[in-house]
Design a protein around this ligand. Structure first.
Ligand SMILES: [Zn+2]
Length: 556
């Protein structure tokens, strides 16, 4: 049957880790491959990946595979749209990937970092329609908070799709490049079966303010600052970086970039001509001492309160090169990503305690505007595209719901708007649209530092650790007879206890357990397990707690 299946693997209901599949017969076209950001319940885990096990099952191994990935398209350079590439691509077969220049450059930088061989190919939004397999596509320039953002018009044998991920309609963007309204209307005049639309701003009335309003505010705030002027923002927000540079230049200040991600983004954007940074405007971190404090603007990474970021180290007085002073000002030019609120406000508190003035977005709207469309712009897109059906994407459920109400006000029927879940399939045929399979999608965690995927048990360990504490037991065992030597050392973190009492009871228990089996030790893993289990039993009996028990057995 002639039908197209649309499956979001991520990006529905949780904002981040965007990844969408368009499937026709045996061909799959992918849009975006983003990271998710862990929330406070996922202790110490930094990032989430979209679950691609469906692709692994259906598209691998080659030869016997039922389906084939024909290509991937990237809408823009934000982490939640390209960040999972280095983790996901090595698992999949080979296929071409397309993006506009800055998006491709950000993605390729990431792939290079992780030593992945694959590279993203560059397309320009005024290029002709391109064909891959049964699909053809063209990129449409729109405004957002990173330059070179696109919507994608996708033609399939069943009908046309308008993939309208993150955008706003800014009439005065910093780089002067407005959204291509004419192209949106032109491509859509072929008929659009379904519009997928950003919905994150669907609860906001009116129009999202323009980026341009911020430059003057930066100029004025910098003028009043008597010490160092710090700004923290997303590293991909190139327009914001340009505004800060301009405002600094006008006030005779030079700019220093602090933090690896930020320096990387700055270099890529500058190389491609997206960043207006004159050579003599920039100061390296090790030359800061050559300048008066009121001649410096420091753009620093870590606006989300990330534990290992430069901003967090600075706030805690642990940054080697830079210290916060009472004359300094820190501006958070970003909103907390949903789920990060607590860590961001903690960071704000820590800085304030040092006597430094902090200006942060939710309180002062003068230094940050959203990159997402509000109600008026969402309506405008619907009116330009005039789709038959609509799917809100890239928002949480309440945003999707608000979007549905908005479309209904424009005359759409309830049944025209689909509020989906990750892993749910929607089947489009010429006649009708219906829900199909539900594909299991689970959370895949990745540790930011090591880049390693974490199994669920690591997360459980960390949860246990935070709730019940940790106990480390260092026990010496004689390899000749398998018996305990001396008294074990016990280290407890995370709960109160009577160390002497617990220690002597554990020693007693270990002697008893190990005493049951005498003779040369052949299996040390088993001895470790015995010690661990014995300790867990005793701790639960005496303290009614289940901390994480880590037995360390030393062979003597
Ligand atoms: Zn975005």
């Amino acid at each position: 049957m002639n039908q197209l299946s649309f499956i979001p693997l991520g990006g529905i209901g949780d904002v981040t880790k965007n990844m969408y599949l368009y499937e026709y017969n045996d061909q799959i076209l992918i849009v975006d491959c983003g990271l998710g950001f862990a929330d406070e319940t996922m202790l110490g885990v930094d990032l989430l990946l979209p679950d691609v096990s469906y692709l692994l099952k259906t598209c691998l191994p080659k030869g016997v595979a039922k389906k084939k990935i024909v290509g991937m398209l990237l809408t823009h350079g934000h982490e939640d749209h390209i960040g999972a590439l280095p983790f996901v691509l090595p698992q999949l077969s080979d296929f071409p990937i397309f993006a506009t220049p800055l998006t491709a450059a950000f993605a390729n930088e990431k792939l290079k970092d992780f030593n992945a061989k694959k590279r993203v190919e560059t397309v320009n939004s005024n290029d002709n329609e391109k064909r891959i397999g049964s699909f053809s596509f063209s990129f449409i320039p729109v405004t957002h908070s990173v330059p070179d953002t696109s919507h994608i018009f996708i033609k399939t044998p069943v009908g046309n799709f308008y993939h309208g991920s993150d955008f706003k309609f800014d009439e005065t963007p910093y780089d002067g490049k407005v959204s291509d309204y004419a192209k949106i209307a032109r491509v859509s005049s072929n008929g659009v079966m379904c519009l997928l639309s950003d919905c994150l701003g669907a609860e906001r009335k009116g129009k999202t303010p323009s980026e341009i309003s911020l430059t003057t505010n930066f100029i004025n705030e910098i003028r009043q600052c008597r010490g160092k002027f710090f700004v923290t923002t997303y590293s991909s927000n190139i327009s914001r970086l340009n505004q800060i540079i301009e405002a600094s230049e006008k006030n005779g200040r030079r700019v220093c970039f602090i933090g690896r991600s930020l320096i990387k983004a700055k270099d890529v954007a500058r190389r491609l001509g997206y960043l207006n940074l004159k050579k003599d405007m920039e100061v390296a971190i090790d030359s800061l001492g050559n300048y008066q404090e009121n001649k410096l603007t420091l753009i620093i990474a870590g606006s989300q309160g990330q534990e290992n970021s430069a901003m967090t180290r600075l706030a805690n007085g642990e940054h080697r090169e830079v210290k916060l002073g009472e004359e300094d000002v820190v501006v958070f030019s970003s909103d907390p990503i949903p789920g990060n609120e607590t860590s961001v406000y903690e960071l704000v508190d820590t800085i304030t305690r040092r006597g430094t003035k902090v200006i942060y977005a939710p309180v002062m709207r003068d230094f940050h505007v959203s990159g997402h469309a509000s109600m008026d712009e969402l309506e405008q897109l619907i009116k330009l595209v005039r789709p038959n059906k609509l799917i809100p994407i890239g928002g949480q459920f309440r945003h999707m719901f608000a979007y549905k109400k908005l479309a209904e006000r424009l005359g759409y029927k309830k049944s025209d708007i689909f509020l989906m879940e990750d892993g749910q399939e929607l089947l489009f045929s010429e006649k009708d649209i219906k829900y199909g399979r539900t594909i299991q999608v689970k959370n895949v965690y990745v540790d930011e530092m090591s880049g390693e995927e974490l199994e669920g048990f690591v997360l459980r360990d960390r949860q246990k650790l935070s709730e019940a504490g940790i106990i480390v037991i260092l026990a010496e065992v004689d390899s000749n007879n398998g018996q305990l030597v001396g008294n074990p050392d016990i280290i407890v973190r995370g709960f109160m206890y009577d160390v002497k009492r617990l220690s002597s009871r554990l020693t007693h228990d270990f002697r008893k357990t190990l005493g049951l089996r005498k003779g040369r030790v052949t299996n040390w893993i088993y001895v470790r397990k015995l010690i661990g289990e014995t300790a867990e039993r005793r701790i639960y009996k005496d303290l009614r707690r289940r901390p994480l028990v880590l037995p360390v057995v030393i062979e003597v």
